[in-house]
Design a binder for this molecule. Structure first.
Ligand code: SF4
Length: 400
């Protein structure tokens, strides 16, 4: 991928910046957009030995050294040449917020006044990066903050890998990102070339060596592209969010194009081909998707599919028009699915105080508060304040 198209206008940001970095001004080929094979063939086209690609990968990913002067096993002449060929620029971090629960949210400058967000979510045994694939999104899901913006542009592979590396570089010593979920801004299957290229790079043992089994691509239901998830041997998550076509079309307009029957057929195909379960995400919206009849319909719809259902109590955000159900209703809904025999988990809400919870990400940074006080919030209280948290043993699943 050439970075010649990559010319951000870096304007002074007027918010409360934690960090500002200035991207290299000279457009070169961006290293982070190249797989090992890409780099090998690029170097070989220049008459260089292919093993040099592995050496450069090892410096950049394993040792995190991107200063050519320090790449001591490359000759001085080659290092000088490389300076004019490859650069290691990453999307600058405009802000880095840390929630009271340890969730970290990053805002990245993608140039041309575009920004995206990514979130690092800690849990007992893993550190999950929720990553963005597009600036804005055309899918228009009604409960989603990102969906309020039209698609501005699709990210490049280097910009997706760059989000990972920037977050990685800010971890505490000894920590590593173990899981990646493409559940940030954008519909990943609307940008498949860049998404699967970034997966190839991050999975490579010479890259960040993230297991494919720990990478989840989440789709709102772009049925014709879903085969790619199985072909790339990564996990599939589907935003279902409605137990019948009428409700799902109301909440997710894409359903009018690819109704539930087609979506479920694509899910069965994935499960048959990979032998893996599909994760079905189901947002609980008060009075819309949270009734016991919906739970029963959801069970009927999914009982023949190897799957687990992640219930996500709606995370309220300004102007959404939806409400989060009461705790008691959430518990009833979950219990009904359990009674019927579904494999169901209630997703723990993380990062609400920094607007990093599911469905709250946006690139319209200026129009959105970046923090909120959850001390008196019924939302924050679900897990942090009530004396009896909702079924704690069943509220820990984030993803994968
Ligand atoms: S939920 Fe995902 S697919 Fe739907 S509008 Fe939001 S970002 Fe787009």
């Amino acid at each position: 991928m050439s970075t010649s198209e990559y010319r951000p206008e870096f304007t002074a940001y007027e918010g409360n910046l934690d960090e500002v970095e200035v991207r290299a001004s000279e457009p070169l080929k961006n290293f982070y957009g190249m797989s090992l094979e890409d780099l090998k063939s690029y170097l070989s086209g220049l008459g260089k030995e292919q093993f040099r690609a592995q050496q450069i990968f090892k410096w950049a990913y394993e040792r995190r050294i991107t200063d050519y002067e320090l790449m001591s096993n490359l000759s001085k002449t080659f290092r000088e040449e490389l300076k004019g060929l490859l650069d290691f620029s990453m999307p600058p971090v405009l802000s880095h917020l840390i929630s009271v629960d340890g969730t970290q949210k990053f805002l990245f400058d993608m140039g041309d006044k575009n920004t995206v967000e990514a979130v690092v979510i800690p849990s007992d045994d893993r550190l999950t990066l929720c990553i963005s694939s597009e600036v804005g999104c055309n899918m228009g899901c009604k409960f989603c903050f990102t969906g309020k913006q039209k698609l501005k542009r699709r990210l490049k592979a280097s910009e997706i890998v760059g989000q990972f590396m920037q977050a990685h570089d800010r971890l505490k010593p000894g920590q590593r990102i173990s899981n990646i979920v493409f559940m940030g801004m954008g519909e990943p299957l609307d940008n498949p070339e860049a998404v699967f290229k970034s997966i190839e790079i991050l999975h490579d043992p010479w890259g960040m060596n993230v297991s494919r089994r720990k990478i989840t691509v989440s789709t709102s239901g772009l049925v014709p592209e879903m085969w790619r998830v199985a072909a790339n041997k990564v996990r599939l998550a589907v935003s279902l969010n409605g137990s019948n076509d009428e409700i799902r079309s109301q909440v997710m307009p894409l359903n009018k194009r690819y109704p539930i029957k087609e979506l479920m057929a694509a899910c069965h195909e994935y499960a048959n081909e990979t032998g893996e379960k599909v994760t079905l995400e189901y947002v609980l919206l008060k009075g819309v998707t949270d009734q016991l009849t919906h739970a029963q319909e959801l069970h009927r719809l999914t009982k023949s599919l190897p799957c687990k259902i992640n219930l996500i109590p709606f995370n309220e955000h300004p102007g959404s028009g939806y409400e989060r159900p009461a705790d008691a209703q959430i518990e009833k809904f979950q219990n009904e699915l359990i009674r019927l025999g579904s494999h169901v988990l209630l997703r723990r809400t993380m990062g609400r105080d920094i607007f990093a919870a599911c469905g709250q990400l946006t690139s319209e940074f200026a129009n959105k508060p970046q923090t909120m006080d959850i001390s008196n919030s019924k939302i924050g209280s679900t897990y942090s304040k009530t004396k009896q948290p909702l079924s704690p043993s069943r509220t820990v699943e984030i993803n994968n």
